[in-house]
Write a protein that binds this ligand. Sequence first.
Ligand SMILES: [Zn+2]
Length: 433
Amino acid sequence: MISTRQEQRANLFPASLAINKKRLLNDLNAISRIGLGEHGSMTRLVFSIKELRSRQLLIHLMTQAGLKVHVDRIGNIFGRLNGGGPKAPAVIAGSHLDSVLHGGKFDGPVGVVGALEAVRTLKENKVGLPCPIEVACFVGEESSRFGFSTLGSSLLAGQVRMEDLANAVDAHGTKLEDVLASMGIYRDTLASLKRDPATVKAYLELHIEQGPILEAKKKKIGIVTAIAAPTRLKVIFTGQADHSGTTPMEMRKDALVAAAQLIGYIEEICREYSKMEQGRVVGTVGAMKIEPGVINAIPGKVELSVDIRSIAAKAKDRVAAMVKRRAREIAKQRGIALEILPIRAEHPVPLDESLLPVIREICEEKNIPYEIMPSGAGHDAMQMAKIARAGMIFIPSKKGISHSPLEWTAPEDICLGAQVLLETIVKVAYEKN
Ligand SMILES: [Zn+2]
């Protein structure tokens, strides 16, 4: 007699329940043909024709698979396989289809198509689960167009401040609000997108690692513990632009040398913090504006962007405070002006502790080498974690390259990731509510 849900699962999960690898890779390739550019680059910026077309293809694939498709007002897509009673909370699995400018074909689509394949496999094998499973595709995960990341999942989690939407503008000066209005989407209708947490049992996301750790450690699956959040600052040193030939060294107020000192310090302090197991911090100066920026003038003004990330909030705040203090010291020593503008200070998001052992158990049962690790990049899962238990499964990225045409994950790694996702979905579906 079957007495526990685990036993029921064992009975309902035949060893032969395996995803269809060919179909998964075919669908991934079909999506990759939309927005394909030179050297295999992928450009599907949010709300571009190509990105809309990729979502249309997904709706087609979901319909073909016999899923009940729902598209919400912003364009998030949900393909539902019914199970349990009408009120049973759903296990949602998904990711995004939009890309950065000249990105790769794996960041996002792997998680959407992987979830679709998992659900198709359940449906084909007539595996009845005690709850519904939904495949999700979130709109606008990437911030490349409007500087606004995880748009669709943030709305679902009720995390969008409507005034932030009003400020979002793309590189051509087009306002996000105007783009939305042109599609009949108005700000005041978006607040209603927030999903009732009682309708979600868990959220799972399969994603490429976008870093070098799995490949370097020869691991096939990464189980994500937490998602790092950035603190971003703009630092402006203002000295004095002068003639590079006539101004003696001791009389200069060179803003760029001050900036260089600060950049060196950021590397030094983050290297020190990266040795710590608990409070690993990374810091980057990725953009700099130099004025006047000519060969024969001493730089009078330098603006630099500082991006500090960690999954440990305290360590991140400490490093950010040390960077600010050092900037003030440098400005004082050199007698130049300093301005520090906060751009963003987000909190790291821990993922659900009860999902991690579920994924680990699957890897151990199947002898899959795995790594328990944080995510340095942001994902839709960090928004979903605010309304549901959220877990992430990483697969290796060749040389850690991402947001580039060189982004690559081996087909067998994608299929293994989708299989682990499928088994995780089944295990979580059978957990008690
Ligand atoms: Zn992504």
